[in-house]
Design a protein around this ligand. Sequence first.
Ligand SMILES: [Mg+2]
Length: 129
Amino acid sequence: MPLALVDCDSFYASCERLFRPDLRKKPIVVLSNNDGCVIARSKEAKAMGIKMGVPWFQIKKAYLANGGHVFSSNFALYGDMSARVMNILECMFLQAYEVYSIDEAFLDLDTLDKNFNLYKFGCHVKRCY
Ligand SMILES: [Mg+2]
């Protein structure tokens, strides 16, 4: 049984970027409740060396001075975006998928038509982003 894992890239940071397209390709971090520590990083923030879980007060000054952007967590938004992603998967894979986390799901590829082109589908999804 071939399976696929869907994993949204830097999910919380990507959700914030949806409403701030000017931050495309800019470093973004999302902070935990009460802005205690970093719980999500865009790839640009990862490239700056920002570690997962680092206390915000330790990096705040240098991160912002280097052009980083920061968001307090918005779990209502992330839950809504997750539901939208999972709804798309449900439409495509009916019951042959399993939600694994807020931004991950397993897909059973055996349920696809033999002529379904996964490569083209992947390119389509990437272009839509
Ligand atoms: Mg992810």
